[in-house]
Write a protein that binds this ligand. Structure first.
Ligand SMILES: *Cc1c(COP(=O)(O)O)cnc(C)c1O
Length: 396
């Protein structure tokens, strides 16, 4: 089945015992399940037979969503979690349980992930080594030096939209028995399938493109055969399960992922071209740029014709005061911190995702004071342009 059909059908329409088939998966709120025979429940509790026993382990609504995610990412199995951060914590812990307690990690990742690593893994004797993940020579040296148990990157970095070479990173990971974990939130499985390129675990903040409407917090861990059982065993104990209602909403949102994301990518491409010509804009960062530093990797790994729906740009001559004034002038565009919603969102990295970095560190990462990030929505492109145009004019 093609992607557009899978998002609509996979995981859904399980036959009930009565023979009836619900056209969409129901919300199963029960915490406890039992069977005609106690022996069957015994086998299920012992993990010898698949089935439902207790909601922390799994339930029919989550199972449907997990089946959908597994299909879209081409994994062995999935876990639906209560947030993207819960998904990341499970992924790191599962990867490191039997491996060297050392991580080689991209220095351009989500702020909360940095805190998770530095404040809550490093104290448990996990050595965390940050690196420019697009510099493969540097990664190779770091891998030789630290013998990591895990290599981690975001498929598309925030906010400068660098794209790591997952195929090459997977090769380096295999060489030292490290698990390669990719946070693919910005990419979605429509743009990129990290497991096909050799990654071991893909993590999503389902809060973003997958659920897609700014009304659900959730996460997904999609793993290969070697790691899926560890992911599930850890989740059975630590209990990060997504609630059934959120699970339902996520799956409902995902049915339109192909339509939404295609429009969002189209809008982003048009917007990037328009901004590049705008007198109030100094520089645009977008994956379709032929001069993008990772253009070869993008051509090789992204779905044809799609370049993602996030772009960043620098407002000419703006300091922090001017950027804030520009944000206050926005009419339709939401000046909020998330991404992946149907509405266009504009974020100021210095205020949000990169707030806790020193000005020197931001400068080293190339994140300037006049940089804003746009997660482009599904609105009419002319309305997005018009809103940015009047806000830019107001601070010119
Ligand atoms: C939002 C986000 C997360 C965290 O997800 P939550 O659902 O907010 O917990 C992790 N990684 C990336 C890339 C994100 O954008």
């Amino acid at each position: 089945m093609n992607f557009e059909s899978q998002v609509v059908h996979a995981g859904d329409r399980k036959r009930q015992r009565s023979g009836a088939v619900a056209s969409t998966t129901p919300i199963s709120l029960a915490t406890t399940y039992f069977y005609e025979s106690a022996a069957k429940l015994d086998r299920i509790m012992g993990n010898e037979e698949p089935g439902f026993s207790y909601a922390r382990y799994t339930n029919p609504t989550n199972e449907a969503l997990e089946e959908l995610a597994t299909r879209l990412e081409g994994g062995f199995g999935s876990l639906a979690t209560s947030s993207g951060m819960a998904a990341l914590q499970i992924a790191f812990q599962a990867a490191l349980v039997d491996r060297n307690h050392s991580i080689v990690v991209s220095n351009a990742i989500y702020g909360a992930t940095v805190e998770l690593l530095d404040k809550f893994l490093a104290p448990f004797e996990v050595q965390v080594n940050y690196i420019d993940i697009c510099n493969l020579d540097a990664v190779e040296k770091a891998v030789a030096k630290y013998q990591p148990g895990c290599i981690f990157l975001e498929a598309i970095s925030n906010p400068l939209l660098r794209v790591g070479n997952i195929r090459e990173l997977a090769r380096l990971a295999k060489g030292c028995d490290a698990a390669l974990i990719v946070d693919s939130t910005f990419a979605t499985p429509m743009l990129l399938r990290p497991l096909d390129l050799g990654a071991d675990i893909v993590v999503h903040s389902a809060t973003k493109y997958l659920a897609g409407h700014g009304d659900v917090l959730g996460g997904l861990v999609v793993a290969n055969e070697g790691l899926h059982e560890t992911v599930r065993a850890l989740a059975r104990i630590s209990g990060p399960a997504l609630g059934p209602f959120e699970s339902y909403l996520t799956m409902r949102g995902m049915k339109t992922l192909a339509l939404r994301f295609e429009r969002q990518c189209q809008n982003a491409k048009a917007l990037a071209c328009w901004l590049a010509q705008h007198s109030g804009v100094e520089r645009v960062y977008y994956c379709a740029d032929p001069n993008h530093p990772d253009a070869d990797v993008i051509r090789e790994s992204f779905a044809p014709g799609l370049f993602g729906a996030i772009l960043s740009f620098e407002i000419r001559g703006a300091d922090k005061g001017k950027v804030l004034a520009f944000m206050d002038k926005l009419g339709m565009i939401v000046p909020g911190t998330s991404l992946g919603d149907v509405h266009t969102l504009l974020l100021y990295p210095q205020m949000a995702s990169h707030r806790n970095l020193s000005p020197k560190m931001r400068e080293r990462l190339g994140i300037r004071e006049n940089l804003v990030r746009v997660a482009v929505g599904i609105e009419h492109i002319d309305d997005i342009k018009a809103d940015l145009d009047q806000a830019l004019a107001a601070v010119a």
